[in-house]
Write a protein that binds this ligand. Structure first.
Ligand code: C2E
Ligand code: MG
Ligand code: MG
Length: 651
């Protein structure tokens, strides 16, 4: 019981209470006190002077009120807040003394006296509040006892003054208790607000981190990268520095993820991120822009940048990792864009670094610096892609046929089907422009499907008219790795009832570069079905000759670049001659394409080349014109004097 009492007392007196009032709160309390005290004091000063008949009190009140005037200004400055509070409390003590002494019992002034402790605790808190209350009680008690000295004072009884002193102590205790409850409530509220704010801050920090960082590596993400790059651009712009922006794509990361599983793939990516951070020589910003892409930028004090400098700066990325004892090598392609050479904007620079990366992929190098011309080409290709898509739907494509002539007899024994695209404006777009676009996208599949169907149906027509020749159809590298190719071709054979050996499928030599095993396997299957197979553009694919002996192909087409230079370059002559010999030794036929003159034809015939194709015989022709040409019985031998007029212009 005693303990509870002591605890109550100590709390009332504020020994344990920690005030949580901020300077702002104190300013507010000062304003509240001022807003109540000043008008009230002035009002009563006037009333006492002119209405109630207490002139001394009215004057005293006026003097006290003047003490409050500096409080209008001082609390604006933190260091004067405390002084302002003191000033208000001094005013409080003085005004209560004046009320008691000059107002006395007759007026209602004495009733207002007891508001002082509330003011003291409000402004000074629990401990200092008591201090002011004690000073106030002492001053008031002394004033009440000396009041009789003041003329017209209304206090006559010492006993009565004693009672008032007790009442002052009582009201001080009430005010302290009241303030205790208020402060405790505020403290609790403050604590709760603090806790909630801390929690909210934590969540916000987490959200902000998630929004700006990649979860797997903890690196900044694309959003954050854009912000950082924009700020870097602002700084570099004023300091005349350059920024090198690098886009790095990890190759085959999806395949590797599939093999390793998600968890291992994630730690692989983490490892790569650390390695990138470690091997980048210049201090820059690394971020993970996409699942398989990292972006990195750094500043330079000069404005001339070469590929070698970039290579040096990014170091030799060591992207070989060991997983459960097995080495996993990650290839990468790097695209570079430079501020201010290529763009002044962050988003644009990143886009151009991405484009440079695609340029590097397309030219099969590991690093490319953005090239404006290539950039234009890139855009053109992109536009072409959209138009080609529509062309396929709008039937803007058609098939031309170019004669293939037996060089011994001069008779047309075959035709190569070559796709032509006449766009909506009636302009022919060369295959060399749109075939790479189709090959670089998924469009090559529907395009090849269309060519095959068209060529097969043309063969059916010709066969019904008595023209039975082999038709060569070009297949792209991507067609050769399409798992549905075999089934699609088999369906066509059944649908059109065409013997497979009247179709020659041409595969460019470069198709073996990427996935030679898959391409060879497809060739095997096509051979088993009965198709004839040809290696197109032979000599340009840089592939090893050893693969030739295992390939189930029927012919080799010597690339026209060698044929064209047969008479002018001894190297080309040697290549053509030895290719013909090699092919014959392997039991393969040889087609020379690009024969444009009788001289070339004679030389090739002398080298025992089997088949000729070129403008000298015929340009690629629409199906009906080809039919007329093929039905003409004249042997297509050429002599220097009789080069046919090529009056049919294509493209
Ligand atoms: P390619 O398969 O090597 O076709 C031969 C190209 O050489 C054809 O060009 C043909 O018009 C051209 N040519 C033939 N004789 C001569 C000549 O004497 N002089 C000159 N300067 N050129 C000659 P075209 O039709 O422009 O086709 C270019 C390439 O586009 C083709 O080369 C082929 O790789 C590709 N292509 C054409 N049609 C198709 C197709 O339907 N599918 C696929 N995948 N590729 C095709
Ligand atoms: Mg061809
Ligand atoms: Mg060719």
């Amino acid at each position: 019981m005693f303990n509870i009492f002591v605890s109550f007392l100590s709390r009332i007196f504020g020994f344990y209470l920690k005030d949580v009032v901020t300077v702002e709160d104190r300013r507010k309390f000062i304003v509240i006190s001022l807003a109540i005290s000043l008008p009230a004091t002035l009002l009563f000063s006037m009333l006492n002077l002119f209405v109630f008949g207490y002139p001394q009190l009215g004057i005293a009140e006026g003097v006290c009120a003047s003490l409050l005037l500096p409080v209008f200004v001082l609390p604006r400055y933190d260091e004067w807040v405390s002084f302002s509070e003191r000033l208000i409390l001094i005013y409080g003590i003085l005004i209560t003394v004046a009320l008691a002494v000059f107002g006395g019992l007759e007026g209602s002034g004495i009733l207002w006296v007891f508001t002082f402790p509330f003011l003291a605790f409000l402004l000074k808190g629990q401990r200092s509040g008591w201090l002011y209350c004690f000073v106030w009680i002492a001053v008031m008690s002394a004033a009440l006892r000396l009041a009789f000295l003041v003329p017209h004072s209304h206090f006559y009884s010492a006993a009565y003054s004693g009672q008032i002193s007790v009442a002052m102590l009582f009201y001080s205790t009430i005010a302290a208790a009241f303030n205790l409850v208020r402060s405790r409530f505020e403290a609790k509220l403050h604590e709760r607000v603090q806790a909630n704010t801390a929690k909210a801050r934590e969540y916000l920090d987490k959200l902000e981190f998630l929004a700006l960082h990649d979860q797997t590596t903890g690196l900044p993400n694309r959003v954050s990268l854009l912000q950082d790059l924009s700020s870097a651009i602002e700084v570099c712009d004023t300091q005349r520095q350059s920024i090198v922006v690098i886009n790095l794509r990890l190759e085959r990361i999806f395949e590797i993820s599939n093999i390793l599983g998600q968890k291992s793939a994630d730690s692989l990516i983490k490892g790569i991120a650390n390695s990138l951070l470690g091997s980048a020589a210049e201090k820059g910003h690394l971020s993970r822009a996409r699942r398989d892409e990292f972006s990195y930028f750094y500043k330079l004090d000069h404005r001339e940048i070469t590929a070698d400098m970039v290579r040096k700066a990014i170091g030799d990325f060591q992207l070989t990792y060991h997983f459960e004892g097995y080495p996993v090598h990650i290839e990468h392609t790097v695209g570079v864009a430079i501020f201010p050479d290529h763009s002044l904007e962050a988003e644009d620079l990143l886009r151009k670094a991405g484009q440079a990366m695609l340029q590097a992929s397309a030219s099969r190098t590991d690093l490319a610096i953005f090239d404006n011309k290539l950039g234009q080409l890139f855009i053109k290709r992109h536009l072409l892609y959209g138009q080609l898509r529509e062309a396929l739907d709008n039937k803007e494509l058609c098939l031309y046929f170019q004669a293939q002539v037996d060089m011994r007899t001069g008779g047309i024994i075959g035709a190569e089907a070559l796709v032509r695209w006449k766009n909506a404006d009636g302009i022919f777009i060369p295959p060399d422009e749109f075939i790479p676009v189709a090959e670089g996208s998924g469009l090559i599949k529907p395009l090849t499907a269309w060519v095959l169907r068209e060529a097969f149906s043309q063969m059916v027509k010709w066969r019904s008219q008595g023209l039975e020749i082999t038709v060569s159809i070009n297949l792209s590298a991507r067609n050769m790795i399409d798992p549905e190719l075999i089934a699609d071709l088999q369906k066509l054979l059944v649908e059109f009832a065409i013997p497979a050996d009247s179709v020659m499928l041409e595969i460019t030599e470069s198709a073996f570069a990427d996935l030679p095993e898959v391409v060879m396997d497809t060739i095997d299957q096509l051979h088993k079905i009965g198709f004839k197979l040809s290696i197109d553009d032979f000599g340009t694919g840089y592939s090893s000759l050893s693969y030739l002996k295992n390939l189930k192909v029927n012919e080799i087409k010597v690339d026209q670049s060698f044929v064209r230079c047969l008479h002018t370059e001894s190297g080309s002559f040697a290549i053509v001659k030895s290719t013909i010999q090699l092919a014959h030794n392997l039991g393969l036929k040889v087609v020379a394409e690009g024969i444009e003159s009788a001289g070339l034809e004679n030389s090739l015939r002398a080298m025992a080349c089997d088949i000729g194709q070129g403008y000298a015989y015929s340009r690629p022709l629409p199906a009906d014109q080809f039919f007329t040409l093929a039905c003409n019985d004249t042997p297509h031998f050429l002599s220097v004097e009789t080069i046919p007029e090529n009056d049919i212009t294509v493209g």
